[in-house]
Design a protein around this ligand. Structure first.
Ligand SMILES: Cc1cc2nc3c(=O)[nH]c(=O)nc-3n(C[C@H](O)[C@H](O)[C@H](O)COP(=O)(O)OP(=O)(O)OC[C@H]3O[C@@H](n4cnc5c(N)ncnc54)[C@H](O)[C@@H]3O)c2cc1C
Length: 556
């Protein structure tokens, strides 16, 4: 290393140490980490990534977030050789898309998990205001404490995931409120210069009077800009109003199966009008056999004699053992008893030419199944002891009850299955997981085409194509492709990324673009033409000239 390089490294360290002193004064010494050992766990991931965090800071409240942003921004402005940027996560469990890795190198990771506040619960309108540290479990517990008049929507990820974190990535769950970004309003946002803004009606006040409908009405007056803060780097959301679902008079889940995998297009087309006309309001999920097997067991390395992908004969044995079909739909009806009765009849009629395998499950049927699972297993040879708990968790998710039941499915390819479910963190166990989630209109032919592309590529690379198709909105479905591998096996990282890239390329070539990006997919995404991104970059430059907040995130 030359003398000049040594000098510049030295001055960088001095600059960084100065900044750390200023930040420590804001949060206190217990909430800022900068040694390699301390920061290492925040740089773990479920697939290789290029960029790393250098410093981690955990503010206790919004005022501290504001001070941190201001301090870093001003530090950059007043020091010619300083260039520090913040990457924000709420709970940092965006497993399979990113963990806590930044979109740029040498980041200051700001983790907002300490900021937990649930306020303004309106038990008439079903609205509540929350901060980034509020997790699915926190919200569920709070609503139960309030009497359970309203239900939340939960994802299949950890109960410890942040509601705001998921919403900012436009994630989705299972109920009628499953499209998360659709059911929020009135953000409080901190911008790169440290200023605070509110969106929607909450931006206004007249002599101290705020619009009375601020938590109920999305659009406010003037431009609607909430979307600018999702999947972006324009600001840090520190508060958000969430809309809740009234607990229905009657709830019934439905489960539909088909044995013939080629009938998926017919099944989608049979469900499509019901989604469009509002008979099916929940986000119905349609999983393939691999997805179900991965939720019910771990890779049978011994039986498969270490061969991958899963041999067809073993797959068929597992399907029999757990009573798994080629495709299984799960959804739910929320309404009065009379309404649900009518909707059940309409659904049965709509799918009758495709399949008659449809089951409606209410609480009493579920309780009976749980009670009888042992006896049923004994007399049928089917492992109901394993598949009824899965049914139960899916049923509960449709009632907005978070669970960590599905996290072990990401350990499918590990040679040693996890010993416990509680507190599982796939990044700590070198689990390989990479999602790719293309969107299409609800149309059987599109699904057929996507499935064909995905299956061919995943099998070619030696993986089992685990697919979950969600009827997300009235008109669109989302096909979540899971690429599950074991990072402890040499060569798997490289192979999995190549498999992902080929799927990304082939799917986007046919018009199937993802609804959300993993940190790995950013590179391929940046090669796609956009008429908007150049203009978004201009806005970014205008409000964050120093690039203080997450440079390059989503290409901005
Ligand atoms: C088994 C399994 C099942 C899963 N099921 C689902 C599912 O059903 N639905 C689903 O959507 N996902 C699912 N996921 C993916 C993921 O775990 C969840 O989406 C999770 O909620 C995201 O992580 P988080 O809540 O910790 O968000 P974070 O990691 O905190 O945030 C995610 C991203 O949002 C942005 N962000 C976070 N906070 C803020 C803020 N305050 N202001 C501005 N931007 C911010 C940042 O870019 C951040 O990287 C699943 C994952 C696994 C492993």
């Amino acid at each position: 290393m030359s003398y000049n390089n040594l000098q510049s490294n030295h001055s960088k360290r001095v600059t960084m140490n100065n900044l750390i002193s200023l930040l420590t004064a804001i949060v206190g010494p217990g909430y800022i980490f900068s040694s390699n050992e301390q920061v290492a766990e925040y740089n773990l991931g479920t697939f290789p990534h290029k960029n790393n965090n250098k410093i981690v800071i955990k503010p206790a409240n919004t005022a501290q977030v504001q001070q941190i942003v201001k301090t870093i921004n001003q530090y950059n402005l007043s020091n010619d050789d300083a260039n520090f940027s913040i990457s924000t996560v709420s709970s940092g469990k965006n497993w399979g898309y990113s963990a806590q890795e930044p979109s740029f190198d040498n980041a200051i990771l700001m983790k907002l998990s300490r900021i937990k506040e649930l306020t303004n619960y309106d038990n008439k309108q079903g609205t509540i205001t929350l901060t980034p540290g509020v997790t699915q479990q926190d919200l569920y517990d709070y609503l139960q404490e309030q009497g359970g008049k309203f239900w939340m929507d939960a994802t299949g990820s950890s109960p410890e995931c942040s509601i705001i974190g998921n919403t900012m990535e436009r994630g989705f769950g299972h109920t009628e409120y499953g499209d998360h970004f659709n059911n929020v309003c009135s953000f409080e946002v901190i911008l790169a210069d440290g200023s605070i803004i509110n969106t929607g009606f909450k931006q206004f006040s007249k002599n101290g009077v705020v619009p009375v409908a601020a938590d109920c009405y999305k659009w406010g007056i003037g431009p609607y800009i909430d979307g600018l803060f999702s999947q972006s780097n324009f600001g840090i959301v520190t508060k958000m109003t969430l809309w809740l679902m009234p607990k229905p008079e009657h709830f019934e889940a439905f489960f539909i199966s088909i044995k013939d995998e080629d009938k998926i297009a017919d099944l989608i087309d049979a469900l499509q009008p019901l989604k469009l006309n509002g008979i099916i309001k929940s986000s119905a999920h349609i999983g393939n056999d691999h997805k179900a097997i991965q939720a019910l067991s771990f890779y049978p390395w011994k039986k498969a004699k270490n061969q991958t992908p899963l041999p067809e004969s073993i797959k068929n044995t597992l399907k029999k053992k757990f009573m798994v079909n080629a495709w299984s739909v799960s959804g739910a009806f929320y309404g009065t008893k009379a309404e649900v009765k009518v909707w059940k009849k309409i659904l049965k009629q709509a799918i009758k030419d495709v399949t008659t395998d449809i089951k409606f499950i209410d609480q009493s049927t579920l309780s009976l199944a749980i009670k009888l699972k042992g006896v049923l297993s004994l007399f049928t040879g089917i492992d109901f002891n394993t598949n009824i708990p899965l049914l139960e968790k899916v049923f509960r998710l449709k009632q907005g009850i978070p669970t960590n039941y599905f996290i072990p499915s990401t350990y499918w390819r590990k040679k040693t299955p996890p010993k416990t479910i509680d507190g599982l963190d796939p990044t700590q166990d070198n689990v390989g997981l990479l999602w790719l989630a293309p969107i299409a209109p609800i149309d059987g032919q599109h699904v057929k085409k996507m499935v064909k592309i995905i299956n061919a590529i995943q099998i070619k690379y030696g993986y089992e194509p685990g697919l979950s198709i969600t009827l997300l909105t009235e008109r669109t479905l989302d096909c979540v492709v899971s690429l599950v591998f074991d990072r402890d096996i040499e060569g798997e990282d490289v192979k999995a990324l190549a498999c992902h890239d080929e799927m990304f390329e082939s799917l986007t070539n046919e018009g199937y673009f993802p609804y959300r990006l993993s940190s790995h997919a950013h590179e391929a995404y940046n090669k796609i033409d956009s008429s908007l991104i150049p203009q978004l970059k201009k806005i970014k430059h205008a409000i964050d000239e120093q690039n203080t907040l997450s440079p390059d995130k989503y290409g901005i």
